[in-house]
Design a protein around this ligand. Sequence first.
Ligand code: NDP
Length: 335
Amino acid sequence: PKVLLTGGSGFIAAHVLELLLKRGHEVVTTVRSEDKASKIRDAHPNAKLTVVIVPDIAQPGAFDEVMQTPGLEYVQHTASPFHFKWSDAKTELLDPAIKGTTSVLEAVKKFAPGVKRVVITSSFAAILSQSGLEDKTTVFSEADWNPSTYEDGLNGPKPTAYRVSKKYAEKAGWDFVANEKPNFDLATICPPMVFGPVVHHLNSLAAINTSNERFVQLIRGEWKKEIPPTGVFLWVDVRDVALAHVNAMEKPEAGGKRFLTTAGHFSNRDLVTAVRKGLPDLADKLPDESVKGGELPEGVYGYDNLRATKVLGIDWTPIEKSAVDTVKSLQEVGA
Ligand code: NDP
């Protein structure tokens, strides 16, 4: 089967791409620049892979041309801004996230009648609520939707704007399917913090994807005096996220469902412990055990990952392995 993967240059997408090729799918992937296109081609010589440039996913009709590729059966839509290096929330964050999703779905409906399913990379950001995060009796699941509004995204702090971009992008997907009743169905993957080895091309460590930034800080010795607060206390390994995307595409019963893909709780302190144990050579970069900060609070909200575990068949990678594999991959990039 032939699969269109948007944003093939990304941290998660690179793992999705590898797994799709490994499972024998033919892949057409989109990126924003020729530079990134050639890096991906070079990384996969002899693969059944075409790399196409879509410069601005927020433009109407952005995907019209690539969607006319003959024989497409599935679409994996991962491209969406996940960084805080923007100044205008609407044009640089919300539009590419939300209009990008609608552009993909409109193009499928118009030009790719053979597509049976679209998988969208959403986020735990589309599920969580601030009040739920502050209440230890909460059990987050696919039944929950972030209550923040579009206006919160336009006017709020950057992390809120990001969460709103993911909520409304995913919602645009479900609304499209409900209103347009196209030939395809939808599955959405909602991961919390994604860690794991970097297999996509990085020009420098400064270009590290947002969720792996903390590992770069850690191994540069920036946590020696104090371990920073963890933020969201749920995580998942990128290889499990990639498996979730591909299984959500291949398994008929995944259609029409959202998936909260998480391995469970973690804290920044757990990352330190895992790296100390797995990579003893890095000891002088790490905070010693007397250093405070980064603990998992006693009362922390819960999660329900049963649907992803059962329907997608995922055996969650433990944090010890994920942390060590992440750091090793960063060392290969030159950290
Ligand atoms: P990356 O930053 O590595 O990947 C983001 C991808 O989206 C890249 O391919 C990037 O292209 C593309 N992209 C970003 N902005 C635009 C834009 N304006 N127009 C076109 N393409 C754009 O991060 P991740 O791999 O982590 O993110 C992939 C997806 O996963 C996103 O949808 C993100 O929201 C979601 N996600 C990530 C989580 C995490 O912890 N990592 C958690 C939950 C969800 P380019 O290479 O050109 O910048």
